[in-house]
Design a protein around this ligand. Structure first.
Ligand code: COA
Length: 312
């Protein structure tokens, strides 16, 4: 069933601005990335979404294709961003079937809540492998296409036809440090550094590289893993967010359209934080069941063994 435009895209954007463009998105079956791709498809793009789960990825591709009559959306499952070869094959298929790649969203991520005492070396490495190495692999596999697209769509400041753009999806945990998220904070710091370096190294070829940092967004897999339903239904979870609510996937999709459209021509090497100001308020996510630092002083938390699911 088609999703109403108002759920994933503001009314300010004009239909057709991404006609004949192609977006390649890892983690594209997820709640946030699928809204980003749906918005781009609605505005004219075709898309390849990449995921690990074959059925989930193919089903989401069909759903996204309903955003615009005649849209081509390919779901490529069984791809693990930790393996560059599987990404290279996905890129090859995308180019063969859709003609090239103009925009990339590196969105695949892994997360769980754990104190440092509960992280094995492999658990820590696993998140770095998915988030940091996976983002690098995505960039590496798509870079030749981004270079071609940027050369066909020169970023002159007045050319409305854009191309050669990449957005990395990150998090704000490393801005301040975040209890129970050491693995993700470290991984995403690397993602931000990769984007900044890409902006400088490939800017001279017309490529732009930016980061979108979503804050707490309603209805996402991330919040299902990190949040507390109890705190959400009581409203306690929102207290830490200056705007006193969680964000919506539409608000992340709007930021994506901005960066890929000619409204974002001169934005390069930037981190666009879309979080209602959340990262600026101190403390752990408001969604945890108890207040900082109480949950960290709970002895059973400190004794948590690697691999055991956190009680939070
Ligand atoms: N707490 C502590 N350690 C954990 C854990 C948890 N909740 N969940 C997994 N681990 C550890 C495992 O024990 C393992 O370490 P070990 O070999 O020392 O025992 C290591 O992490 C790898 O786990 P495994 O399940 O083999 O990895 P995977 O590649 O199958 O899964 C994850 C990766 C763990 C990140 C998994 O949560 C995932 O696939 N996530 C993808 C989706 C997602 O996280 N989305 C949210 C986006 S915000």
């Amino acid at each position: 069933m088609a999703v109403p435009r108002s759920e994933y895209l503001s009314s300010v954007w004009r239909d057709g601005i991404f006609d004949n463009k192609v977006v390649f998105c890892t983690g594209g079956a997820g709640t946030i990335c699928s809204a980003q791709v749906r918005a781009l498809v609605h505005l004219g793009a075709n898309a390849c979404i990449i995921g690990r789960n074959v059925e989930k990825t193919e089903t989401m591709a069909k759903s996204i294709a309903t955003a615009r009559q005649g849209a081509k959306v390919i779901g490529i499952g069984a791809v693990d961003v930790r393996k560059i070869e599987s990404l290279e094959s996905a890129v090859e298929r995308c180019v063969k079937e859709l003609g090239g790649i103009d925009y990339v969203i590196a969105g695949a991520a892994g997360n769980f809540i754990s104190p440092i005492s509960g992280l094995s070396a492999n658990a820590f490495k696993t998140v770095l492998d998915i988030d940091t190495i996976g983002s690098f692999n995505t960039l590496k596999a798509t870079l030749p296409q981004l270079i071609i697209s940027a050369s066909k769509n020169p970023n002159t400041g007045t050319n409305p036809s854009t191309g050669g753009r990449i957005i990395f999806i990150s998090a704000s945990f490393h801005f301040t440090g975040m209890p129970l998220q050491a693995h993700v904070a470290v991984a995403k710091a690397g993602v931000d550094a990769l984007s900044a370096t890409t902006a400088i190294e490939y800017g001279p070829r017309g490529i732009t590289s930016n980061v979108i940092t979503p804050g707490p967004i309603m209805g996402t897999e991330g919040m299902a893993r990190l949040g507390s339903r109890e705190a959400e239904s009581s409203g306690a979870a929102f207290k830490k967010v200056p705007l006193q609510r969680y964000g919506t996937v539409k608000e992340i999709a709007d930021g994506t359209v901005y960066l890929f459209s000619d409204a974002g021509n001169f934005v390069n090497g930037e981190v666009l934080v879309i979080d209602g100001g959340d990262w600026r308020t101190p403390g752990a996510p408001g969604a945890t069941k108890s207040q900082y630092p109480d949950y960290l002083l709970d002895d059973s938390m400190l004794r948590q063994k690697p691999g055991k699911k956190s009680k939070l």
